[in-house]
Design a protein around this ligand. Structure first.
Ligand code: NAD
Length: 254
């Protein structure tokens, strides 16, 4: 078991990649703190982990609210005494070329995707610094490195998360805290299905077109990213610091 008794907080783990990671971490022995804004979805993840024989609790919090995030971190530490791993996974999509993005939508994407990494990190870090131990995984995207049409606000946030990851790594390496980033390509989750449904007249044709951009010829599954998150969370990646890890079927070369 690669995460035996490690306490792992995963934001946005009521769905998609976060949910798949929560299930995998629990199977690897982790005590999982499932966070989501959506209580029903978060509790469903906890239920699935319990049915699988694992241990998890649900803590509802909006990752953009300092009060809620602070309370969530305190509750997690009160329950299990520590937080060993933080996976900043919660995020939303943003669609449109820059001139098409309305200011309120721009602010929302910035807030959830960037402030939503800053706040959980801020409150977990002071605790990890005291213990001189921890692994933080930030969810970026391959869009931080390649241009994709009509994704201006989303691309800006994921580039920022990658830069933030490197900056954090330099600041917290002296505390034995590793900070790495995941850069997935297109992974079939509710997030992507919703984006395809609302952005294309023919979502199936859009999926076929996306596949042609992959060296793999296939789109990814949440489990593909969960396995990479497991690697970054565990000591197996102890020589990785501030690294971008691609899980993209080769899309950056497509
Ligand atoms: P998803 O929509 O399936 O899951 C995201 C979860 O985050 C949802 O359960 C949602 O309720 C939660 N959430 C949203 N706002 C929140 C908030 N303010 N506070 C707490 N929880 C909140 O999405 P997914 O595809 O699993 O994506 C997860 C992460 O992976 C996102 O950061 C996304 O940008 C990133 N990502 C996804 C893909 C992809 O192709 N699916 C590719 C690259 C990166």
């Amino acid at each position: 078991m690669r995460l035996k008794d490690k306490v792992c907080l995963i934001t946005g783990s009521g769905s998609g990649i976060g949910q798949s990671t929560a299930l995998l971490f629990a199977r690897e022995g982790a005590l999982v703190i499932v966070n989501d804004l959506d209580e029903e979805k978060g509790r469903e993840t906890v239920k699935q982990i319990a049915e699988d024989g694992g241990e998890a609790i649900f803590l509802k919090a909006d990752v953009t609210s300092p009060e809620e995030v602070k309370a969530m971190v305190a509750q997690g530490i009160a329950k299990w005494g520590r937080i060993d791993v933080l996976f900043n996974n919660a995020g939303i999509s943003g669609v449109g070329a820059l001139h098409e993005v309305e200011p309120e939508n721009w602010d929302k994407v910035m807030s959830i995707n960037i402030k939503g990494v800053y706040l959980p990190s801020k409150y977990v870090l002071s605790h990890m610094m005291e213990r001189k131990e921890g692994s933080i995984i930030n969810m970026s995207s391959c869009i931080a490195e390649i241009g994709l049409a009509r994704r201006a606000s989303y691309a800006a946030t994921k580039g920022a998360v990658l830069a933030l990851t490197k900056s954090m790594q330099v600041d917290y390496a002296p505390y034995n805290i590793r900070v790495n980033a995941l850069l997935p390509g297109t992974i079939l989750t509710p997030f992507v299905e919703n984006y395809l449904r609302t952005s294309y007249d023919d979502p199936e044709a859009a999926i076929a077109s996306l596949k042609t951009r992959q060296l793999s010829g296939e789109l990814g599954r949440p489990e593909d990213v969960a396995k990479a998150a497991l690697f970054l969370a565990s000591d197996e990646s102890k020589f990785m610091m501030g690294s971008p890890l691609y899980i993209d079927g080769g899309v950056v070369f497509g």
